[in-house]
Ligand binder design. Sequence first.
Ligand code: 5RP
Length: 236
Amino acid sequence: MSTELSPIDKAKFVAAKKAVEFVEDGMRVGLGTGSTAAWMVRCLGELVRDEGLKIKGVPTSTRTAQLAREVGIEVVSLDAAKWLDITIDGADEFDGDLNLIKGGGGALLQEKIVATASDQMIVIADAGKEVETLGQFPLPVELVPFGWQTTQALIEETLVSLDVLARKSTLRMNGDTPFVTDEGNHILDLHLKRIGNAQQTAMVLNQMPGVVENGLFIDICDRVVIGYGDGRVEVR
Ligand code: 5RP
C-alpha cells in the first residue's frame, strides 16, 4: 500500500502502521483527527476487518467518526466508553519533552478531552513536526463566537506579558466565513514564532473569558512514533 505514496504520506503511513501495534483486543481507543490520524484509522480498520481485532473507537471529530464507521470500527461516545486505554493522534509540532501544538485541523477541543481521558496518548508524526521550541506553527485557540473580537483583543494584550517572540493573531476562515468547529466555536491562530514557556502560555490563555481551549498539549503525550519518507520509523 505504501509503495505509490509521496515521501510525506509514506512517513505518515509508516508512523500510523507502527502505532496501531500498541492497540490490543478489547481496548477502547481514542481516534485522532487529521491526515496522519486518518492513516491510523484506516490501519485499525484493516486489523478489524482482516484479523478480527475487537475495539471500541472514540472519534475526536465528525470526520474521524465518519471514516471510522466507513472502515468498520465500532464507534462509541466518550461518555459510553467512560475511560480509554489508548489514544492515537497526530500533531502539528512536538518538542523533546513530548509537548505538542495541536489543532491545525480545528479539532483540538475534543482531541484534548479524549487524550486526557486516556491511559496513554501516542502521537504519530512525520519527522518534520519535531521542533526544538514550540511556536513556529501558529497556536490554535478555540473561542466562543460571542464577542470573539473582544476576546482576540484581550489575548493580544495579554501576550505582551508572555515569553513569546511574536504576537499576531488571525481568525481562521473557511472561505469568506469564520471556520466553525464541531462544538460551534471559532479558532484564533496565534502567530507567536517561539513559545518560551508553553505551560504558562497554556494556563494564561485558558483563564480568559471567551477562550474554550488552546492547542498546547503539555504533559499529555506519552510516546511519539516518528515516520520518515524513506519508510523508517522511530518510537520515542
Ligand atoms: C487536528 C490536529 C491534527 O492532529 C494536526 O493538525 C496534524 O494534522 P496532520 O496529521 O494532517 O498533519 O491537531 O486538530
